[in-house]
Design a protein around this ligand. Sequence first.
Ligand code: LLP
Length: 430
Amino acid sequence: MLKTADNNEKHLLFGGCDTVALAKKYGTPLYVISEEHIRERCREIQRDFLLKYNRTKAFYASKAFLTMKMCRIISEEGLGLDVVSGGELFTAIKAGFPMEDVIFHGNNKSLEEIELALSNDVGRIAVDNLDELAMIQEAAERLDKKTKILFRISPGIEAGDTHEYIFTGHKDSKFGIPLEQNIIKKAIADVMNSSHMEFMGFHFHVGSQLFRYDSHVAAVHVLIRLMEYIKNEMGVSTQELNIGGGFGIRYVEEDESKPLSFFVDAIMESIIQGCENANIDVPLIMIEPGRWIVGEAGITLYTIGSIKEIPGIRTYISVDGGMPDNPRPALYQAKYRAVVANKMGQELEKQVTVAGKCCESGDILIENIKLPKIESGDILAVFSTGAYNYSMSSNYNRLPRPAVVLVNSGNDELMVKRESYEDLIRNEMF
Ligand code: LLP
């Protein structure tokens, strides 16, 4: 599966580029993103969701990875954008992303963010709570704007092996409106009574990095009961249902890279069947994957520095990045796979542990991985770092953020330049 360069040097190729040459050209740590991979995933969404099912829309969850260039790729591929903050929205505005294709999420939108969304005519606001709704109503009236509203519902589904259907009563979640009939009825009535808001439907998001579709299907059942209820009680029909993202990707050998159809076919079947049983029209269905689109499109290149063998215990190899560029192992015990980019095809010699360079014992990127004989200066390539790495990076220990390079069919282009030490003190006033 892994491609190596033809130059006999056995270098890892990514996006048609020699990764060792990329490390040399741009320095390390380096995020490398494959444009081709992103576009392929978007085309799979077109083929297996948008064209396969009537009345569907797909949005890219930009929290996974966002730059202005990424906005342009997503827009060219015919997807919309899910943003969760003024900063993400600003990036989309600056990229010239069509605002009617933007959904604005978030559980604590500020008035300033709401005003930015309204004045730029974003396509939809996914409202999380009644305080926010009141703010939108007031701001929309003041700015003389009309906006489309989805309500984020907390469907009380555990994303995992267990799931429950609860129509009244809700699970403990900071996201969304709890499944309380009276609260939801009031929220819808408030929108219906406003000349500045239009009720479109509901949204839910059950979790992330899921390898099964059960939780989506369980949430769909809850939402269909809700749609049925508001139709019967209020005579209001739901035009749109946004089922969120969460489709899992491959991080380690054992993970299976699932096609989109694995998730959406089962979910669509449950929606179509459920709506028929409930005697309601199938709403327009929206999905908003982030990780599934960009996760496997990214790798991170590091230079290996010190190698420390603790006899009888383990060998640590340290890289020039770590938790500031990839906080996921420290935060979620996330697992990654990696290769030595300049020693492809060499026999795997022994098990080592890959440590980051932060003053923090939890800064371990990969525990126990078999690699070829390591020497200082080797280039380590860690896979599946496209999602929630650059977007979650920090300057902890005052490490400048790495550069991001976009590769495509053997061409490389600097998408985000490496931060400098000067950048680290840029906002300091004295
Ligand atoms: N829609 C909503 C409303 C979301 O909250 C999220 C993710 C998504 C879509 C996209 O989920 P995805 O398809 O990427 O799984 N930092 C964590 C992931 C947090 C995801 C939060 N919400 C990580 O690194 O694993």
